[in-house]
Design a protein around this ligand. Structure first.
Ligand SMILES: Cc1ncc(COP(=O)(O)O)c(C=O)c1O
Length: 351
């Protein structure tokens, strides 16, 4: 194995971690999509991380987040998301495995129908999580309601801790420096797989939401000295402060790992906001087309909220020449398949 990769791998050994997923996740070429698009398109199957059937990117983060929670003697975990949050559902699943009590504060971006509970919210209920639905009040934005949920969750965690049940507060999406370490580790894993195949990736595409995945990928890219351009397709509107947050998170991850390397916001980060419209958890035509294209050429599934929009961005970049024909491109499948079984208003017209 390449010496740089070996050294990078060793940096993660002392960090507290619980084993939840199955790694490395599969990595291989999508032959029929490649032929159709004129590039060498590879897929990183993080929809296969485990630990349950639905996998996804959160498992990488949760190995380190719950590792930290357990090391601190916590007995309960509070976290946040939308009512159909993949992160919330995977956190509940991971908590159950570790014997921790899961508590959710979920913002009703899509109002659940209590008589027809679906997808992740259904799984949260099956696993017996303590669920608090936070409605978006008249005059409030989605962000306002989310901010209120963070305050309620933090108060809940403080109350529990004060009464003798130490409670760990996992930020939305697991997007802390502790969680993002999981994706730095993920990029090192990819580098090893590329190395084994004798390949160089020109581009890595993924969906970005809270930014924890993006931060971790960039930290990992620095650790292995990769030249791959990481292009992050947003699933909701973002601003400059978002890029600063991602840069800071990535640099905190590098510092935590004892590295003096740095991610530079302007030189390294590439974010594209052209594919999320009309909004988070709202379908669009390009994502629906991407879902059908992957399903019909490869028999694989992406979802309408995250990976469908990221794949739509990648396909569009190839068709418009932002990715040169013949390039080696990695599509990082970050999971989210349960959204295919969510409310119709999230799905849109996919067949
Ligand atoms: C399926 C899927 N892909 C991508 C993301 C984005 O990851 P991050 O929040 O780390 O930016 C999420 C986050 O919830 C997700 O559920």
């Amino acid at each position: 194995m390449n010496e740089t990769i070996q050294k990078a791998k060793a940096l993660f050994a002392p960090v507290p971690r619980v084993q939840l997923g199955f790694f490395p996740t599969p990595f291989y070429k999508l032959e029929r999509m490649s032929k159709e698009l004129g590039v060498n398109l590879y897929i990183k199957r993080d929809d296969f991380t485990g630990m349950n059937l639905f996998g996804g990117n959160k498992i990488r983060k949760l190995e380190f987040l719950l590792g930290d929670a357990m090391a601190k003697g916590c007995k309960a975990v509070v976290t946040y998301g939308a009512t159909q949050s993949n992160h919330a559902m995977e956190t509940v699943s991971a908590c159950r495995r570790c014997g921790l009590d899961p508590i959710l504060y979920l913002t009703a971006v899509v109002q659940p129908d209590e008589k027809d509970v679906r997808a992740n919210l259904l799984l949260d209920k099956v696993m017996g999580a303590e669920i608090h639905i936070v409605d978006i009040e008249p005059g409030e934005t989605e962000d306002d309601a989310e901010a209120r949920s963070f305050v309620m969750g933090a108060e809940h965690a403080a109350r529990l801790t004060a009464s003798g049940t130490p409670c760990y507060d996992v930020p939305m999406g697991g997007a802390s420096h502790v969680g993002s370490i999981g994706f730095a580790n993920g990029f090192v894993e990819l580098a090893e797989q590329l190395d084994e195949l004798g390949l160089n990736a020109d581009y890595v595409y993924h969906a970005t939401g809270t930014g924890g995945t993006m931060a971790g990928l960039h930290a990992g890219r620095k650790l292995v000295g990769s030249n791959a351009v990481i292009r992050s397709i947003t699933v909701s509107p973002k601003n400059d402060a978002y890029l600063t947050k991602v840069q800071n998170l990535a640099n905190q991850v590098l510092a935590d790992l004892g590295s003096d390397l740095h991610v530079d916001r302007d030189a390294d980060l590439h974010m594209d906001m052209n594919y999320y419209a009309p909004g988070y958890e709202q379908p669009n035509e390009k994502a629906s087309e991407a879902i059908k294209m992957l399903a019909r050429l490869e028999g694989l599934f992406v979802d309408p909220v995250y990976t469908g929009k990221a794949l739509a961005g990648l396909i569009d970049h190839i068709r418009t020449g932002k990715v040169e024909q013949g390039s080696n491109v990695v599509f990082w499948h970050t999971g989210g398949a349960t959204a295919l079984f969510a409310e119709q208003q999230m799905l849109g017209d996919i067949f």
